[in-house]
Design a protein around this ligand. Structure first.
Ligand code: HDE
Length: 735
């Protein structure tokens, strides 16, 4: 142990047959071109001699050049000066939002041609493999903040297509807080740590965020998502992704349809519970980053299917919500998601700074066949993404940084600027020119990017369309689509967050907002925060109007697709099981479980009081992976305790072992034990769950699977794997 999932890409679940042969990181032409392009910037091979930046060989780097053994350091020491100067300037400004990120390389391939809708080459040719770089992020926290904070997750994908880069810069939630980009600085100022004391870090649970929410009713829908389990994903590999805005697809004949982009994880979307997320912030702040890295290293490549909701141009005004309003989604129950292709992340970055930190996404990086709409949130983003890189990456030449370079050839009339690396030759840096033979030539109308010729006619105004002002119908739809457990988690999250708000008037105003979404929610939260639900909804300041009109959500009152309960729960691929064991463990229990887990694509780790080798009752020697001090149940999806009298003696007296089991139970995870191991579960005081007592007894209750010493191990393991596939056992009282 540990045993890893086999090094092949996971098979698709409910998807179309894969047109490609099963594949590891073997690359096609476009992918190798991108790999080669990056390799050109790799540093010297191993075995090289240390040099200065100028390539001068350096024989000594441990002592500075001094005037005498105990004398002052000399200015002549160019090596010292270069080394320290470079070090002094290692940090660049972190992203103002989405500072904490983790990324991976991969590939995308469409299943069937979508030429009916779009002329985008990478969506029309099923044989074409397009290299991608995907960066996941939290929004609020700084670069060093913890991964499991309650927050929206960024899900940004750079497609290096043959026609140039296309960036799909989305989130793991399908809607956004605000409708117009002009409010983005207000939103971000409100949610970031407060300016006086820079607290709290990576958290929305403070006065200024909720003050903003209470005064800006358009936040209502997104706040429901933020308080839901979606904001604490189990893994970056188990999140849905959304383009959020309505985009356009445009085919070769110039016909346009509206589209919403989705990423559907093949492992399903799953979440942590809040108490677990809190513990992880301390036990492993890199929990998500490590999980992504390890999965890719072990060959368990994360996969998503690209989903499209295509809305015919004629249906633009069909719904009583507006397609240009990013606080609204199009329920899948109204417009189904077509799964059209697959994204596989199969390669970790080689250098965090050069790739993950320096990657620059931009919503305006579009390719022919994909267009934008007049969504006022989208429009502001078109300006912001380039603007922000000018400071963060030090000038206008950030597209020349290796990770940002397209695989398509670049030829234009740009020149100069900080850190320019292209050596433009010739004199014709303008268009039109004859000195350069007219180069670069203009693309023909068919292959070049053309903006969709949408008619525009209006008066200049700072008003919002009436169609944007129903802020509550979809918030209510979301809330009412959750399972009872999810709704309880959401209520608890609201209680927690508002209990951290010091100003009672802010708490009260938020309750009045909640009442507009669902009066019961307002009451349920009110009970826990010492403030009554106000009788009236305050009139928000101008610019943030709400309508009293409630839409009918296209005729649906519940949208099952919004609930995590409806995610596929058939596979245990990449799930992690902790096997608690010490010397004297029952060999067969551990060996059989380990083999079954590995066969199903899961992992088992041996957790014991100390590192080193442990020996089973029948002589099997195994190496311990983790100890009770450096691991915790929150790192795992399930816990198993094998039999063996000596093993039990070592574990039962160990308070960390008992806590390990109790905590996994509290977090509604699968537990299993066999033979003497069952007594450890009994010692952990698992409420009223029935455990096996007789030697031939096999009990499966509330996700706790126990077997007497006389039960065949494979029968126990089968039940345990089935329980693990359901992920959580919410029937237990607390989550
Ligand atoms: Fe962003 N956003 N954003 N955003 N955003 C940035 O760009 C901005 C919005 C999203 O991994 C910044 O390079 C404005 C929606 C992701 O590098 C910045 C508005 C969605 C990432 C910026 C929005 C996003 C960013 C900060 C309102 C989901 C991380 C650093 C008009 C669809 C990308 C940077 C990465 C990053 C501005 C709203 C997603 C400042 C002005 C809506 C995933 O340019």
């Amino acid at each position: 142990m540990p045993k890893r999932a086999p090094a092949t890409a996971a098979k698709k679940t409910n998807s179309k047959p894969d047109p490609r042969p099963a594949r590891g990181p073997k690359a096609t032409n476009a992918t190798s071109a991108k790999i080669k392009a990056l390799e050109a910037f790799h540093d010297a091979p191993s075995g090289a001699v240390l040099t200065s930046d100028q390539g001068v060989a350096i024989p000594h780097t441990d002592d500075s050049l001094k005037a005498g053994l105990r004398g002052p350091t000399l200015l002549d020491d160019f090596h010292l000066r270069e080394k320290i100067t470079h070090f002094d300037h290692e940090r660049i400004p972190e992203r103002v939002v989405h500072a904490r990120g983790s990324a991976a390389h991969g590939v995308f391939q469409v299943y069937d041609s979508l030429e009916q809708y779009t002329s985008a080459g990478f969506l029309c040719d099923p044989r074409r493999e397009t290299p991608v770089f995907v960066r996941f992020s939290t929004v609020v926290g700084s670069r060093g903040s913890a991964d499991t904070a309650r927050d929206v997750r960024g899900f940004a994908t750079k497609f290096y297509t043959q026609e140039g880069n296309f960036d799909l810069v989305g989130n793991n939630m399908p809607v956004f807080f605000i409708q117009d980009g002009i409010k983005f600085p207000d939103l971000v100022h409100a949610v970031k740590p407060e300016p006086a004391h820079e607290m709290p870090q990576a958290a929305s649970a403070h006065d200024s965020f909720w003050d903003f929410v209470s005064l800006v009713p358009e936040t209502a829908h997104m706040v429901m998502w933020l308080m839901s389990d979606r904001a604490i994903p189990r893994s970056l590999r188990m999140m849905e992704g959304f383009g959020v805005h309505t985009f356009r697809l445009i085919n070769a004949k110039g016909k346009s349809s509206f589209v919403k982009f989705h990423w559907k994880p093949l492992l399903g979307a799953h979440s942590l519970v809040w108490d677990e997320a809190l513990t992880l912030m301390g036990k492993d702040p890199d929990f998500h980053r490590r999980d992504l890295w390890n999965a890719i290293e072990s060959g368990a490549f994360p996969e998503w299917e690209l989903g499209l909701q295509i809305i015919p141009a004629g249906d633009e005004l069909k719904y009583d919500f507006d397609l240009l309003d990013a606080t609204k989604l199009v329920p899948e129950e109204l417009v189904p998601v077509q799964r059209v292709g697959k994204l596989t992340l199969n390669r970790n970055p080689q250098n965090f700074f050069a790739e993950t930190e320096q990657v620059a996404f931009h919503v305006g990086n579009l390719v022919p066949g994909i267009g934008i709409t007049n969504d006022p949130l989208f429009q502001a983003r078109l300006f912001s993404y380039v603007d922000t890189q000018l400071t963060r990456l030090g000038g206008p030449n950030f597209a020349e940084i290796p990770i940002n370079r397209p695989i398509a050839a670049v030829a234009n009339h740009h020149q100069d600027g900080l850190q320019r690396t292209t050596i433009n030759t010739g004199t014709a840096n303008y268009h039109p020119n004859s000195l350069g033979g007219g180069c670069p030539f203009l693309a023909d109308a068919k292959s070049g990017y053309a903006h969709f010729p949408e008619p525009v006619d209006g008066v200049k105004t700072r008003e919002r369309s009436e169609r944007f002002l129903d802020h509550f119908s979809q918030a209510t739809l979301f809330l009412h689509s959750l399972s009872a457990v999810e709704r309880q988690h959401l209520t608890d999250a609201c209680r927690f967050e508002l209990s951290k708000v010091t100003r009672k008037e802010v708490r009260a105003r938020v309750l009045s907002l909640f009442r507009e979404i669902d009066p019961k929610l307002a009451e349920d939260v009110s009970i826990a925060i010492g403030v009554a639900v106000p009788k009236s909804f305050p009139v928000p300041p101008s610019g943030t109007r709400a309508s009293t009109h409630r839409g009918d959500n296209g005729g649906i009152s519940v949208a099952p697709s919004l609930s995590l309960e409806h995610q596929p729960k058939t596979s245990i691929k990449t799930r992690k099981v902790a096997v608690l064991a010490a010397d004297g463990f029952e060999d067969e229990h551990v060996i059989a479980l380990q083999a079954a887990l590995v066969a199903a694509g899961a992992t088992a780790e041996l957790v014991s009081p100390v590192l080193g080798m442990i020996t089973g009752a029948r002589g099997k020697k195994l190496e311990v992976d983790k100890t009770f001090k450096n691991a915790a149940s929150v790192f795992y999806d399930a816990v198993f305790v094998p039999g063996g009298a000596e093993n039990l003696d070592a574990l039962r007296g160990n308070i960390d072992a008992r806590l390990f089991v109790a905590e996994a139970f509290r977090h509604c995870k699968t537990l299993g034990a066999a033979g003497e191991g069952v007594a450890l579960l009994a010692a952990a005081d698992l409420a009223d769950v029935k455990l096996a007592t007789g030697s031939k007894e096999l009990v499966d209750e509330q996700g706790v699977v126990t077997a007497g010493a006389g039960v065949k191990t494979h029968a126990l393991v089968r039940l345990l794997i089935a329980a693990l596939a359901t992920h959580r056992h919410w029937e237990r009282a607390s989550g």
